[in-house]
Design a protein around this ligand. Structure first.
Ligand SMILES: [Cu+2]
Length: 253
């Protein structure tokens, strides 16, 4: 019969190597994602915007453009909803600022996209694809506002925001209907829904987080909509968000 004796040194060495391997294994990132939908039989109708005074924009639409206060796409998916982490992150941790800029374009006398998220000190690139005179009036309260005329010759203007503020407006003084919302966030854990209504916040450590969901029409009427989510190491959780008409939004986990 074979000798089954194993040296205690060998046992210790193997155990040590296992421990090292476990320590070298980085904790995998967790994420939360989902779809934002409107819930109701009647989809709210938005007011038409009369752009007649700006011929170039006016004629660029085959159907009259409407207000973007509520944008509901196919399958009642909700655009321009801002989802962000507001609690549970380590205090005072600094996050790298992305090198790529966030781009907002003035196109058809509208801001595209209508709602944007950006990190503190990340570059916001404002384009003027219209080739008409616009005026970009940013109205944050916690930091220096700016007001930049963009005649057709100025196609691009860069700006960075040096502190967090959520949300504030960009407005055009030439075209009273032009408005966009910006959220300046000090970490990368936010997402704004586009066509399809999907959001995703990834790269999170395991933990319990408070999430806030904002929509231009609902937020001033019903206040902050928040929910709590607990994520295990590497866990991907799906939390869908529903906006019923006339009521606060709900998170469905
Ligand atoms: Cu304008």
């Amino acid at each position: 019969m074979k000798n089954l004796h194993v040296s205690p040194y060998r046992v210790m060495m193997v155990a040590g190597l296992c421990l090292l391997a476990a320590m070298a294994q980085p904790a995998s990132a967790a994420s939360i994602s989902g779809t934002v939908r409107y819930e109701g039989d009647t989809v709210p109708k938005m007011k038409a915007i009369d752009m007649a005074k700006e011929e170039k924009c006016h004629t660029s639409y085959s159907e009259p453009p409407v207000s973007e206060m509520i944008v509901i796409g196919s399958d009642k998916t909700f655009e321009n909803v801002f989802v962000r982490v507001v609690g549970g992150l380590p205090k005072d941790k600094e996050y790298p600022v992305p090198e790529e800029p966030v781009i907002i374009d003035q196109q058809g006398c509208r801001y595209i996209p209508h709602v944007i998220g950006i990190q503190v000190n990340q570059t916001l690139k404002i384009l003027n694809s219209d080739g008409v005179l616009h005026n970009v009036n940013a109205k944050p309260k916690m930091m220096r506002p700016f007001n930049k005329a963009m005649p057709p010759a100025i196609k691009e203007f860069d700006h960075t925001f040096n502190r967090a503020e959520f949300p504030f407006e960009l407005r055009c003084d030439v075209h009273g209907w032009m408005g966009a919302y910006i959220g300046v966030i000090k970490h990368p854990f936010f997402s704004v829904t586009a066509k399809g209504g999907e959001y995703e916040i990834s790269g999170l450590d395991a933990g319990t987080y408070e999430i806030e969901v904002w929509q231009e029409f609902w937020a001033p009427k019903f206040g902050k909509m928040r929910f709590t989510v607990t994520l295990g190491d590497g866990e991907s959780k799906v939390v869908d968000i529903v906006y019923p008409y006339g009521k606060q939004a709900e998170a469905r986990q």
